[in-house]
Design a protein around this ligand. Structure first.
Ligand SMILES: [Zn+2]
Ligand SMILES: [Zn+2]
Length: 365
C-alpha cells in the first residue's frame, strides 16, 4: 500500500513522502483473519483442527533415527527443521517440519509459513544426536505446511492421513477362516453334527464378515472424507499470498545509512522527507526547498500535493544538529564505555641498546 510513492509498512503513521497522517494504517492479516471460515468445514471431520500463520525467527536442522526390524534391519535417518515462529500478535510457536521434501531445503529466517494441524501429530522416532534435545524440546510435527513465498505458495503434507484401501473379499475370507477354526473345535468336541456345524459356520461367517466389512467401510469413508477436506483446505491456503496478508509490509528493510529522527528517535530511511513515525520534516535543506516551493505556489496556479502541503502545514525545521546514522548512534551510546590510555616507557633489550616507546591501550566495543 502506498500514499505517495513509498510503500508503507505497519510501523508507518505518516507518509514518508508528504508527511500526511495515514488514516488507514497498514495491517497484517493472517490466513485465518482474512478467511475466518478457512477451517470450518475441516472441523466437521477434525474438531480439534488449528491453523497458524507466522514468520520464522529461528531454525535448527536435525535428524531422527529409525531402525527397521527383521533380519535385514537397517538404520534410516530422516531430516527435520525445528522452527521458532512468531506472528503479528506476538504468539510464538515451536514446531518441527520435515525437510525431506526438496522444496524445504531452503527454510530461512523471515519466511512466512502457515501450519495446518487437522489433529495432534508427532514425530516418534528418536533423535539421531542426543545433543539436539537441548533445542528440540518436543516432538510435535506439522502435518501440513504452506510456504508463502514471493514466487508463490508451496505446500507439503505428511503421509499420516493417507487412506489404506481394503478388500471385502479378504474380510469375508478371514471371517470364514476364523469360523472354520471355531467350527472344527465344535465338531471335535461333538457339540453339533457336521451338517449343522457347516451351516452354522456359513451363517456366522456371513454375519461376522458383514459387521467387519461395514465397520471397515465406515472408517474408510470417514478417512477418505477427512483427507479430501484436508486437501481442499490446503488448496484454499495455497491461494493466499504474502501480498493478500500484508506480510511483506511487516517492516522496511534496514539500510546502513538509516537515520534517527531528532524529534522522536525513530529510525528512518535517509531519503525520506518526513519521519514515518511522528511526521516531522527530516532535514533543514528539505525545509528550505519546501518553503521556497510554497512561495512559488502561492503566486502561481499550479498546485501540487507537496506544495499545498508545504503551504498549509507549519514546517518546523529540525534542530541544527544533523541527523545521526545507526552506526553513529551506537558509537554515541557506547562512548562512555570506550577507554583509551597512552603512556611512555623504555623498551629494554639485552643485546641492543634500549629505546623509548609509547604504549597505547584502547578498550573498544
Ligand atoms: Zn503521501
Ligand atoms: Zn519522528
Amino acid at each position: 500500500m502506498k500514499h505517495c510513492t513509498t510503500a508503507l509498512t505497519i510501523e508507518d503513521h505518516f507518509c514518508p513522502d508528504c508527511g500526511d497522517n495515514i488514516e488507514n494504517l497498514v495491517t497484517i492479516k493472517s490466513v485465518i483473519a482474512l478467511h475466518p471460515d478457512m477451517i470450518d468445514d475441516l472441523k466437521v471431520h477434525c474438531p480439534d483442527a488449528t491453523i497458524y500463520t507466522g514468520w520464522v525467527e529461528k531454525t535448527h536442522h536435525y535428524k531422527r533415527r529409525y531402525k527397521s526390524r527383521g533380519s535385514h534391519s537397517e538404520t534410516l535417518y530422516y531430516s527435520y527443521w525445528f522452527l521458532t515462529l512468531n506472528n503479528e500478535n506476538g504468539e510464538q510457536k515451536t514446531i518441527s517440519i520435515s525437510s525431506e521434501d526438496s522444496s524445504l531445503d531452503r527454510v530461512a529466517k523471515d519466511d512466512i509459513i502457515t501450519i495446518l494441524m487437522p489433529t495432534n501429530y508427532s514425530a516418534n522416532h528418536p533423535l539421531a544426536d542426543k545433543d539436539d534435545a537441548k533445542t528440540v524440546t518436543h516432538n510435535e510435527l506439522a502435518p501440513v505446511v504452506v510456504f508463502h513465498r514471493d514466487s508463490g505458495q508451496e505446500s507439503i503434507r505428511e503421509p499420516g492421513y493417507r487412506v489404506d484401501g481394503f478388500s471385502k473379499a479378504n474380510i469375508f475370507f478371514n471371517a470364514f477362516i476364523f469360523c472354520c477354526i471355531v467350527g472344527f473345535a465344535g465338531l471335535y468336541f461333538e457339540v453339533y453334527p457336521f451338517k449343522l456345524g457347516a451351516l452354522l459356520t456359513v451363517i456366522v461367517t456371513i454375519i461376522i464378515g458383514s459387521i467387519w466389512s461395514s465397520h471397515r467401510t465406515k472408517v474408510f469413508e470417514a478417512e477418505t472424507a477427512r483427507l479430501a477436506e484436508i486437501k481442499k483446505t490446503t488448496k484454499r491456503i495455497l491461494g493466499v499470498s504474502i501480498d493478500d496478508m500484508g506480510y511483506e509490509q511487516r517492516a522496511r528493510k534496514a539500510k546502513k545509512d538509516d537515520v534517527f529522527c531528532p524529534h522522536c528517535d525513530a529510525l528512518n530511511d535517509s531519503q525520506h522527507r518526513y519521519c514515518s513515525s511522528c511526521g516531522a520534516l527530516q532535514a533543514n535543506d528539505m525545509v528550505d526547498e519546501l518553503v521556497s516551493a510554497a512561495s512559488v505556489t502561492s503566486n502561481g496556479q499550479d498546485m501540487t500535493h507537496s506544495l499545498t502541503e508545504a503551504g498549509s502545514r507549519s514546517i518546523e525545521p529540525v534542530p541544527s544538529s544533523r541527523r545521526i546514522t545507526r552506526q553513529e548512534k551506537i558509537l554515541q551510546t557506547c562512548h562512555p564505555f570506550i577507554m583509551s590510555n597512552e603512556s611512555d616507557y623504555i623498551h629494554k633489550h639485552v643485546l641492543v641498546s634500549n629505546f623509548p616507546a609509547q604504549l597505547a591501550v584502547t578498550l573498544d566495543l
